[in-house]
Structure formats: C-alpha cells, structure tokens
Design a binder for this molecule. Structure first.
Ligand SMILES: *Cc1c(COP(=O)(O)O)cnc(C)c1O
Length: 222
C-alpha cells in the first residue's frame, strides 16, 4: 500500500481542524492496517457485514464511522461500538438507534443526513423533516452534527452551492440541534473535499484518493 497520497492529504488538512475519515469500503485488511500504522484512526464503512468482519480483526482503538445507508434492522449489530453514524436519514432510523442505545445504556453518536443534492437518488432529510424531528425524546442518540453529499457533477459552482446550503442549515438550527455549540459538518469526498472545506466542512470522507480506484464489491470478495 502506497501511502503517499494519504500523507499529502494529511498535510493539506494540517492546521485546518478537519477530521479525515478514510473510507475503506471494499479495501482489504492489510491496506487498512498499513494506514493504521501510519497513524490513521478514523475509518468509514458502508456495509454492516463488511464492517463487522473488519472490526473483529483490526485494532480496537480504530474509530469506525458508518457512512452508508443504514437499514433499521441492522442498527443493533453496530450499536455497541460504532463511533459515529453519519447517515441518519429518517425519523424511523433515529428511533431505532435510540432504542438500541437504550438497551445498551449508550448514547450513540450520529449525524443527521440532509438532502442537499439536486439528484433524486441521494438519501437524506428535507429541511421540513429536520425541523420536525423530536430529538429531546431520543436521549440515546447523541446528534453531533449534519452530513450531506453534493451532486455527482463537474459543475463546481453547483457543488459549492450545495455545501454552502448545508452549512447555512447547520447554522440556522444550531440552537435547536446543538444547543448553540460546536457541531460536526461531514461533507466532502475525494473529488470535492477542497470545495467542502472552503464551505465550512470539518470532517471529510475520502476513499479513492487515498486507496486508489475501488474494486467492485464482487471482486473484493466482500
Ligand atoms: C464511498 C463514499 C465516500 C468516499 O468516496 P470517494 O469518492 O472514494 O472518496 C464518501 N462518503 C460516502 C457516503 C461514501 O459512500
């Protein structure tokens, strides 16, 4: 595993107060281990089964971020150890996380995913849905911020506008959602992380830029 790209990204993020989540979906254990040895602790996964297999064998101080679309019936498997669930995209999922957290006596950290892209395909809450969530009734979910994905587009101004709108939303609901305090803004991937940081991101989720192009799920055998 060549960690040149990784070190370069770390250099760019240095001093910017931006957390790097290395997105390791479809990457094998040895490559994750190599990054771990280079000092990386935050890793992001999209699939529950794959995450469980990796978590079982990799060092216990890895902070596992769940960044994919989480099905309610799978929350229980990751609830005991997950560091941050990025994609809370419905009231139903929020209630299920709260339920599993209550069973464990653990307030599970999560981010509310907001739909910011023009594309119909991306998951996320609308602003109206965000406003309607009753977080006070859910003490076992610790909502720490917002997450969003911009359109998959070469139109940089569109992408910038979408990130800026997420930042605005976080500021607008800062008091209601985060008691007016600091919050996590998870936005930016390989292709758009620099724009995201300019627009206020403090957590980026980067996969292919670190690891190289991903294999397909089938080819990776996961
Ligand atoms: C796969 C994925 C990423 C990383 O994508 P890259 O383009 O490889 O950096 C980030 N966020 C989410 C939600 C993902 O599914």
């Amino acid at each position: 595993m060549d960690i040149t790209q990784y070190l370069q990204i770390k250099r760019i993020l240095e001093g910017k107060n931006v957390t790097l989540v290395a997105v390791s979906k479809f990457q094998d254990i040895s490559r994750i281990q190599a990054l771990y040895e280079a000092g990386q602790r935050d890793f992001g996964e999209n699939y529950v089964q794959e995450l469980l297999e990796k978590q079982a064998v990799l060092p216990k101080d890895i902070r596992w971020h769940f960044i994919g679309h989480l099905q309610t019936n799978k929350v229980k498997f990751i609830a005991p150890f997950v560091h941050l669930i990025h994609g809370i995209d419905s009231g139903k999922l929020l209630r299920e996380i709260n339920k599993q957290g209550a069973k464990l006596g653990r307030a599970i950290p999560g981010l509310l995913q907001v739909h910011i892209a023009q594309e119909e395909t991306k998951f996320g809450l609308s602003e109206a849905e965000l406003e309607a969530l009753n977080l006070e009734a859910m003490p076992y979910v610790r909502v720490l911020g917002l997450m969003g994905m911009a359109s998959f587009s070469s139109n940089k101004e569109l992408v910038r506008h979408e990130f800026a709108s997420l930042k605005q939303l976080a500021e607008r609901y800062r008091q209601a959602l985060f008691s007016g305090g600091d919050y996590i803004l998870s936005m930016g991937m390989s292709d758009d992380h620099l724009i995201a940081i300019e627009e206020g991101s403090n957590m980026v989720r980067i996969g292919s830029l670190i690891f190289g192009a991903r294999q397909s799920k089938a080819a990776a055998g996961v």
